[in-house]
Design a protein around this ligand. Sequence first.
Ligand SMILES: NC(=O)c1ccc[n+]([C@@H]2O[C@H](COP(=O)([O-])OP(=O)(O)OC[C@H]3O[C@@H](n4cnc5c(N)ncnc54)[C@H](OP(=O)(O)O)[C@@H]3O)[C@@H](O)[C@H]2O)c1
Length: 281
Amino acid sequence: MTCMSRLRYRDDRPHPRPFLERALVGKVDYSKETVLITGASSGIGAEFARHLAARGASLVLVARRVDRLETLAAELVGTTCAVIPLDLAEPDAGPRLLQAVGDIKVTSLINNAGFGTNGAFADDDPERLTQELRLNIEALVSITHAFLPQLSGVLVNVASNASYQAVPYMAVYGASKAFVRSFTEALWFEYRESPLKVLALSPGSTKTEFFDVMGSEVKVGGIQQTADAVVAAAISALDRRNPGPGVIPGFSNKAMVAAGKLVPNRVLVSATGKLMRGQGE
Ligand SMILES: NC(=O)c1ccc[n+]([C@@H]2O[C@H](COP(=O)([O-])OP(=O)(O)OC[C@H]3O[C@@H](n4cnc5c(N)ncnc54)[C@H](OP(=O)(O)O)[C@@H]3O)[C@@H](O)[C@H]2O)c1
């Protein structure tokens, strides 16, 4: 009787995945995936669209600049693309996006939209900080929660190297990315026995419009990478049998994070603060 009830409990566990299946799963077959990418109008998001289109995925492209999204969709000849212009920094991003997507069954999600602010915290515009928190954190959580029940392919949340330490003069941005990485790594564990592959992507400095939007070029970090290299690293990590919980693209970025773990936090934050002070002014 005890044995029977234990067996029943094991069978009722959510998302069970047989051992053999788990051992064999590796490369993602994107031709079976419909991938929603936020922030697809430029930079890393647009590059995700190009890489995944080349692997046969259907795409749902989301950002505010609809002209950019339509140009990208036209570039991806032979790919099924839906374009959704939406401001994700407005409240209830998840339910609004779910409604906008309509009948399309999204099976993979890339939460990439985000922006940064820099400068002394006291001088930051509070309205801009609120938008930053809404987009980088609130929208990401809301969209993840809204779409998770239908996801079975990949879930990538774009964090940053800045998530590995406090970043003076980019205090809110760094903290927002620490949230993204922590949140995503927790979900990685919760979904480790499901078919869904969860990954926190933590790029270092990457050549995109990010610094134009922020209004300054911050020269801290490893060698600046292309968005193409960042996305290639993420996609290659997802093709592993057991990816995650996170990936840091590029050797110099990996080395910086590793070195940061070897010194006391006080030293790390002070060194980062000294490097950041005066940048972008
Ligand atoms: N570049 C770097 O050095 C770097 C390093 C680490 C992490 N990251 C992260 O990588 C992600 C992508 O950034 P990126 O470097 O590719 O910068 P980017 O070229 O500026 O792209 C940002 C994307 O986010 C979208 N976006 C911004 N505000 C939005 C809003 N309110 N609603 C909907 N979409 C919005 C933008 O589209 P619209 O303006 O058309 O809305 C754009 O497509 C971000 O999360 C960023 O924090 C970047």
